[in-house]
Design a protein around this ligand. Structure first.
Ligand code: HT7
Ligand code: ZN
Length: 879
């Protein structure tokens, strides 16, 4: 495969002023006519027009009125080149495409008989020959013609300017988008859809039309998406002064979609999973995800659409920034400090669980990658989540006001342009009068830095010295790393648990929390007037995406767990106490030693559980043990079975020791009245359902019965699904016929709700009791299909990614299952297959007995004909 390098960027030889697109839609044949006005780019030395195309049937190309002969252009490897072209050109390109044969879900495709497009990153080239690169921005006029009965709704970007009837029961619509945009933001939707709509007043007094389009049977599940959209508009106005620039903003839900959603200008397209909700079918997590994804896509209108990326290496320019914006949006919407902390903890948990392993594995790459074979493989947690942490660090360094100044400058400089990560950095630096050249390393260097903390308290001098040193391990292609600029937030607690006033030597008072700026490989900071030996609260609120290496005693961690004013670090202390024990327990399992859990730890958990002054949501997070994946991260060699047993032992022991408190928590956190997906109620449900899952670890029929009753009485999906999941995962299901019947009952009740059936597959696929036979049986279920990404993900990814105990079966059957399905899926949808390929990222760290079958499975896959997407991942994984 060809590798594309960031350093090879050259400006486009021709720019496009305007494109007229006409679609004659048919499921088996669609005609596309593209009329493009091109103009030579004075910054380019080349006079060649370069168009990109894939799986297109070219009918003809007309340039300035003359039909081109085959000899007038050259095609090679998806490029069509017309050499030595005059400065001003009108190009008419006629093509035929075949939506019903398109299973990749990129370009124009069908879902439940309706037409949808997905053009990011390089899907537009599956629609017509075009300079499909993000730095070519044009205005669009789009005419859609289709059968009126089958496709009554015809949508595209921008404003609807004309509609009318055509012969043969066909009709048409013309859309005009006045904002210049790259082709990846183009969208078209045609089909039998209905919408919820509202007019909404913007801060400047303008009325805009908001619409949420879905299939008819889903109209009753659109209220939350509409609310989320309105909240997003208000939030961007008030936090960043950014207004909606269109008269109409549309959201469309589609059930076949490769990712979460897409920010096409004025016509966002969403995976149904991030739109549809009512209490019967959606959980609290679904409601929260919908709010954040609707926000994310809406925020892209400024960070992505108005200011876009020069090239795909700059992807994090829009994605890291927009994830940061959606994280802040959700945090602000909780309306409380503890709500903000809950959001922060959840985000950091994702980063550590998914991004840290990526940064330490074969696919490690900088936030701004240097090379790729297939750009789709770089929509990663590094580009998104680590990218968001990088953006967050500007805010940590400059404060909210300084960050806002940087944003304002960024828009005033770059509105309407395609720019780079360095342009963003320069705006932040200039607006705050800072040289940020060192900060750029966050974009260029891969790997998670480790920060070591050592401290010394001098009782006589009343000083505390804090030594920080940093080290970043090598990653593929980057052996040597330069030091990062690391904002390191710190606080000191006295023996009563109060925050101590901080003063750095030679500096002024810094309140009770301050940011140390670590820029060298190692540095020492001295605090003066420190009245007693403090307990250090380090890296507060997770102020930088690093691994902290600081050996604190159990007593210190217990002190932080009980008293730290930084909610994040209270949670962190509990996690560190638990992780430490899980690592020892794992070793004990491996050595055949007896397993024990100390009383001090159980007592600390009891105190948190019973502390009703703490929000239920925070307690739930604190009492959730680090996941098996998190434990694996701390071990040099991964023994999935030992990790699983260790964690199960800890859960069971905590269930036994705190049985009464778990019962109380279950009793006292029932929510009153009708279901509301608000943080306070969701927090209570989360704690109650965590209590239920602990109680079910006790293998006591009384608790099975309790779960069955919760399932039967539930008036919402959160409680119902939690009860069912606990029953299945605890093994209760296998011992109690009454419980077993619930799985069938659930299926029957929700047979027509695709997203709920996904949950049904997923909860079974992730059960520690679901061996390969169970999974194989589920694969044969009539409702299973590899063609729908959500369904494939629910079962196959559920098993391969989220069922450590079973996927890593000693006989290699899990890996065999993985390879077989990967090969099959790759023929249908390379993008989804390449994600499945990532399950084996860590194989070199498995215990030797698993390494062999893992390698065999990988080699078997590599010997098959594969898509560029999957080939890139497999080769990197094996190398
Ligand atoms: N910007 C969107 C990316 C996206 C995508 C990329 C490749 C293939 C399919 C895709 N669907 C959506 C998602 C986002 O808002 O970040
Ligand atoms: Zn995005």
């Amino acid at each position: 495969s060809i590798t594309i390098y960031r350093q090879d960027y050259t400006v486009p030889p021709f720019l496009v002023d305007h494109i007229d697109l006409t679609f004659d839609l048919g499921p088996s044949v669609t005609q596309v006519k593209a009329t493009t006005r091109l103009r030579h780019n004075p910054e380019s030395e080349s006079h060649d027009i370069v168009l990109y195309g894939e799986a297109l049937e070219l009918v003809k190309i007309v340039m300035n009125g003359k039909t081109l002969a085959k000899s007038d252009y050259a095609t090679d490897n998806g490029e069509l080149r017309i050499a030595n072209v005059p400065d001003d050109v009108t190009l008419v390109v006629d093509t035929l495409i075949h939506p019903d044969q398109n299973t990749s879900l990129m370009g124009l495709y069908l879902s439940n008989g309706n037409f949808f497009t997905q053009c990011e990153a390089e899907g537009f080239r599956k629609i017509t020959w075009y300079p499909d690169r993000p730095d070519v921005m044009a205005t669009y006029t789009v005419t859609i013609r289709a059968d009126k009965e089958k496709y009554p709704v015809l949508l595209s970007n921008g404003n609807l300017v004309e509609t009318g009837d055509l012969p043969n029961n066909r009709h048409y619509a013309v859309w005009d988008d006045p904002f210049r945009k790259p082709s990846y933001l183009f969208a078209l939707v045609a089909g039998n859809l209905v919408c919820r709509e509202e007019t909404f007043k913007l801060a400047d007094g303008r009325d805009v039309l908001l619409q949420v389009w879905v299939e008819k049977n889903n109209l009753d599940k659109t209220a939350h998406a509409m609310e989320s959209l309105k909240h997003s508009i208000r939030w961007d106005e008030s936090r960043f002064g950014l207004e909606l620039d269109l008269d109409r903003f549309m959201i469309v839900a589609v059930s076949d979609f490769n990712m979460g959603a897409m920010e096409n200008k004025g016509l966002n397209i969403f995976n149904t999973r991030y739109i549809l909700a009512n209490p019967r079918v959606a959980t609290d997590t679904d409601y929260a995800n919908i709010e954040s994804v609707v926000g994310h896509e809406y925020f892209h209108n400024w960070t992505g659409d108005r200011v876009t990326c020069r090239d795909w290496f700059q992807l994090s320019l829009k994605e890291g920034l927009t994830v940061f914006r959606d994280q802040e949006f959700s945090a602000d919407l909780t309306g409380s400090d503890s709500g903000r902390a809950v959001k922060r903890i959840e985000d950091v948990r994702t980063l550590r669980q998914l991004q840290f392993p990526e940064d330490a594995g074969p696919m490690a790459h900088p936030v701004r990658p240097d090379a790729y074979q297939e750009i789709n493989n770089f929509y990663t947690v590094t580009v998104y989540e680590k990218g968001a942490e990088v953006v967050r660090m500007y805010q940590t360094l400059f404060g909210r006001d300084g960050f806002r100044k940087g944003m304002d400058l960024y828009f005033s400089r770059h509105d309407g342009n395609a720019v780079t990560c360095n342009d963003f950095l320069a705006a932040m630096a200039d607006a705050n009068g800072r040289d940020l050249s060192q900060f750029e390393r966050w974009y260029s260097q891969a790997g998670t830095p480790r920060v070591r903390l050592e401290s010394h308290y001098d009782e006589k001098e009343r000083t505390l010295t804090v030594s920080l040193s940093q080290f970043c391990p090598p990653t593929p292609g980057q052996t040597e790393k330069q030091p990062f600029l690391i904002p390191f937030a710190i606080g000191l607690l006295d023996s009563k648990g109060n925050d101590m006033p901080l003063r750095l030597k030679g500096g002024k008072d810094s309140g009770t929390s301050c940011i140390l700026e670590l820029s060298d490989a190692s540095q020492t900071f001295t605090f003066v007037d420190v009245a007693e030996k403090p307990v250090i609260s380090a890296l507060r609120n997770f102020s930088a995406p690093v691994i902290l290496e600081y050996e604190q005693s159990d007593d210190e961690l217990l002190h932080l767990l009980s008293h730290d004013s930084d909610h994040f670090n209270r949670w962190e202390a509990g996690q560190r106490l638990a992780a430490r024990r899980l690592v020892s327990l794992t070793k004990a399992v491996q050595d055949g030693q007896p397993l024990t859990l100390d009383t001090a730890f159980a007592d600390a958990f009891r105190t948190v559980l019973s502390d009703t002054s703490l929000d239920a949501a925070l307690r739930e997070l604190a009492l959730t043990l680090p996941s098996e994946m998190m434990v694996a991260e701390r071990l040099d060699e991964i023994d999935p079975h030992a990790i699983h047993q260790a964690r199960q032992f800890m859960r069971r022991t905590l269930a036994e020791k705190l049985e009464k408190e778990w019962r109380d928590a279950w009793d006292r956190n029932r929510t009153e009245g009708t279901y509301r997906p608000v943080p306070s109620d969701a927090g209570k449900r989360a704690l109650k359902n965590l209590a239920l899952s602990y109680l079910l670890a006790l293998d006591n029929p009384v608790y099975c019965q309790m779960a069955i009753e919760q399932y039967n009485r539930a008036d919402n999906m959160t409680d119902r699904l939690a009860a069912l999941t606990s029953l299945v995962h605890s093994g209760c299901m296998n011992r109690h016929p009454e419980a077993k019947a619930l799985l069938d009952d659930f299926y029957r009740e929700f047979e027509n709700e695709a997203l709920v059936i996904d949950k049904w597959f997923s909860l079974q696929a992730t059960s520690p009791h679901a061996g390969i036979e169970t999974i194989t049986t589920l694969m044969e279920h009539p409702a299973f299909t590899l063609k729908n990404p959500n369904r494939a993900r629910s079962l196959i990814f559920g098993f391969c990614h989220n069922n450590m105990a079973q996927f890593h079966a000693a006989d290699g059957s899990g890996y065999e299952f993985w390879s077989k399905n990967l090969i099959e899926l790759d023929r249908i949808n390379p993008q989804v297959a390449a994600r499945l390929a990532r399950c084996m990222d860590q194989w070199k760290r498995y215990i030797p007995s698993l390494r062999k079958p893992a390698e065999q499975a990988l080699r078997h896959v590599s010997e098959q004909p594969l898509s560029r997407d999957t080939r890139e991942i497999i080769e990197k994984t094996l190398s």
